[in-house]
Design a protein around this ligand. Sequence first.
Ligand SMILES: Cc1cc2nc3c(=O)[nH]c(=O)nc-3n(C[C@H](O)[C@H](O)[C@H](O)COP(=O)(O)OP(=O)(O)OC[C@H]3O[C@@H](n4cnc5c(N)ncnc54)[C@H](O)[C@@H]3O)c2cc1C
Length: 498
Amino acid sequence: MEKKYDIIVVGSGLGGLVTATILSKEGLRVLVIEQNNQFGGNLQTFQRGTSIFSTGMNYIGALGDGEFLNTYFRYFNVFNELELSRLDLNGFEEVSFGDNDKRYRYAQGYDNFKETLSSYFPKERKSIQNYLEKIWDITDRFPLLHLDRYKSIVKGEAYMNGGVSDFIESISENLVLKNVLSATNSLYGGNKANTPLYVHALVNRQFIHSAWRFVDGSQQLVDAFLKQIRANGGELMNKTEIRKIRFEDDQSVIVESHLGEQYSAKKIISNIHPAKTLDLIEDSRLKKIYRQRIKSLPDTAGMFTVYFVLKKNSFKYLPRNIYHFKNQQVWFDEKTAWPQQLMFYTAANSQNPEWANTASVLSLMSYSEVKKWEQSFVEDRGQDYLDFKTEKAEKLIDLLEQRIPNFRSHIQTYYTSTPLTYRDYTSTRNGAAYGIQKDHQSPYQSVIMPQTSIPNLFFTGQNTNMHGALGVTASGVLAAGEILGLDYLTNKIYSSIR
Ligand SMILES: Cc1cc2nc3c(=O)[nH]c(=O)nc-3n(C[C@H](O)[C@H](O)[C@H](O)COP(=O)(O)OP(=O)(O)OC[C@H]3O[C@@H](n4cnc5c(N)ncnc54)[C@H](O)[C@@H]3O)c2cc1C
């Protein structure tokens, strides 16, 4: 442990990568430590034979010129490294219910979204307008999304209150319209009782601006960040699980790996789930009540995914996501027979863009479904677990065939993952898809700040701010802002793109 860093970032998910990029760009000596072989957390891709699959990011929003993420990704110098394919301008999401043939599409662009949806529900034009105005109004209150007027936005929290399902319920009497507007809730682990409106608004608005698929998977985003961190003089270490964090004083922290190796820095930023981070620290400054609060916060549901290798030139690439529901019940409810909903997409590939080589179907799944195998680890959970996965995969494909008849005829082979897979690969507590569940009924309880009562301990990632490319990027800016000064940093980012 000869070398002392300014910053150690533990975990190389998007939150860790963004924070490390910003701080290394500012000349700080940064070390990123990742437990897995591959960097990227949920951004990493995995390979089966020659097929590549994304783990946890199949599309990304607001990357058009001047849009929220475009600004940040240009500042990080990663934007020009990306190969993206824009989803259909007139239908990037498509919603359907049961065996009804009717399809409802979300279009990109404020007016296009309004006109397209109004064409299905001509009598509901005003409700759709009201919906959009509210979504825009709420998201206009987030200073990090509007750097051009960062200082003038009153940093009030009025937007924190209110649930999405209550709001959608209030805008119209039309059940189908309400269900269409709620249909993408699996993107945020939507929970009818708790999910705040601001979570729905942030997720939907970014994609209404613009929606993009990564060509050949999301690993390219990881590679672009790693390149920048290295170019800025930062260091990267994989296959190193941090098991202990010890603070010597306000300017010195030591982390210890599974091999007993120690690394030292002035400050540490944890990209690990906050509850799991606290388990690594014994320090009286972290009060019992704080620990209890963080540990008691529930997480979102997890995800069951079937990854398909498709027969060659058999199924066309679809420039949209499909959200299909067994019936008109759109909010996830673990007491209802599984699966009640699915999200299906084909991956964009550079080799044969017209045809899909691979596709995935995802459905929210409660941890209770896999809890009985929680003492086991990947590849060693027993035959009954394998049988469970096959049974669930076949049920999900049955539901998919309600929407795409004979889909099975296109499948060459398939693989599956459950919430336990995520738990073991990305250390997400209970394999939750999106980390801590935000709750409009106790909005401040469910939001974790990047700073802590230990002056040189900070959090980054989806649990501190919000999940998804946009939310996690903002979490990285907030964490780096704690160290550099948020006004200084936002001004610098804004000046760089003006
Ligand atoms: C199935 C699924 C689909 C999704 N689809 C989309 C999408 O299409 N678009 C979108 O915008 N978002 C999507 N998301 C959400 C998005 O992927 C996540 O919000 C985001 O990637 C989380 O980033 P993070 O930095 O918070 O954490 P993570 O990605 O969880 O990274 C944490 C990292 O910390 C490492 N780590 C943990 N413990 C230790 C330790 N002790 N020592 C060292 N390293 C450690 C982990 O290995 C991991 O690499 C999806 C998520 C899921 C699960």
